[in-house]
Design a protein around this ligand. Structure first.
Ligand code: FAD
Length: 266
């Protein structure tokens, strides 16, 4: 499946919204249950590839590794079935990488190939309260999730970013308490877990929780919620989306072991 860029808009200094459209999206449908963390697997041809811009990633599996498309996973921020438009919000994190730089340079007519979608989380409508924690990479899923939390329900959102100009408005009918945290210069990455310690989460409360973002930060948050707050695993959607100092190829190579070690934390 592929989309053609209809528009690419800077939402903040570090976020570009790409809207895809065109015939290549014919047949696209959200997974059953319309998860708000629905994602697609993007496929970027390496420099000098002998194929593209439109290709079938499955048909390229026998190519040498260096010729295969580079895979990156991104959240579907929204899918408009009526107009046939798919929106993805990309974090632009400097010149390193494939997907971020692609989005920073995207212009109408550019082609983006992908596989999917898949997804698993949607705020369940009967929870007493909701907790969502993440960084800019999780912001598209969190922004989509807050939109469907029932009206008036307590919803706490903790988000970390580089500064006030990187914040984005959230739209929800819930009783929203959003706290934007700004990264400290020491790069310790403890802003989210430190702020979470200040959130009043009564033991035994029925909290529908979504926690995603940088691997080490997510691991610390998960451990805090399970061991110190006493939250149950079953009601927590929690996964590391990316890892500082590693590109996605390096991260995917160690992710399974990292997640297994994370599971041992609690
Ligand atoms: C299910 C899922 C959904 C996701 N949804 C989104 C989404 O909607 N939007 C989004 O922007 N990302 C999303 N991500 C994260 C995204 O896939 C990774 O950040 C990916 O590594 C970016 O690829 P890249 O080619 O830009 O950088 P890479 O080539 O993977 O990495 C290059 C360098 O940039 C660093 N880096 C990677 N990501 C970030 C970041 N977010 N901030 C700062 N430094 C970074 C790496 O550590 C590395 O040093 C999602 C991940 C998953 C698993």
């Amino acid at each position: 499946m592929h989309g053609e860029v209809v528009s690419a808009t800077r939402l903040t200094p570090s976020m570009v919204r790409v809207v895809l459209g065109g015939e290549g999206l014919t047949g696209f449908a959200m997974p059953e249950g319309d998860p708000t963390d629905t994602y697609v697997n993007l496929a970027f041809p390496p420099a000098g590839a002998s194929y593209g811009p439109v290709f079938d990633p499955k048909a390229l599996r026998d190519l040498p590794r260096e010729d295969q498309p580079l895979r990156r996973r991104y959240t579907v921020r929204s899918w408009d079935a009526a107009s046939g438009e798919l929106t993805i919000d990309f974090v632009v994190h400097g010149d390193a990488g494939v997907a971020g730089p692609w989005a920073a340079a995207a212009s109408p007519g550019d082609v983006l190939v992908f596989q999917g979608p898949s997804g698993g989380y949607r705020p369940r409508p009967d929870a007493e309260r909701y907790l969502m924690v993440g960084d800019e990479s999780a912001l598209p899923a969190i922004a989509a999730s807050v939109e469907v939390v029932p009206a008036g329900r307590p919803l706490t959102v903790l988000l970390v970013c580089d500064g006030p100009e990187h914040e984005l408005a959230l739209t929800t009918d819930a009783d929203l308490d959003v706290r934007w945290l700004h990264r400290s210069a020491d790069g310790a990455g403890t802003e989210l877990v430190d702020a979470l310690r200040e959130v009043d989460l009564p033991a035994g409360a029925d909290v529908c929780t979504f926690v995603h973002g940088e691997a080490e930060e997510i691991r610390a948050i998960r451990k805090h919620l399970l061991t110190e707050v006493g939250m149950g695993r079953a009601d927590m959607s929690c996964s590391p989306y990316w890892r500082r100092t590693m590109d996605d190829e390096a991260w995917r190579a160690v992710k399974k072991d990292f997640v297994a070690a994370m599971e041992q934390d609690a």
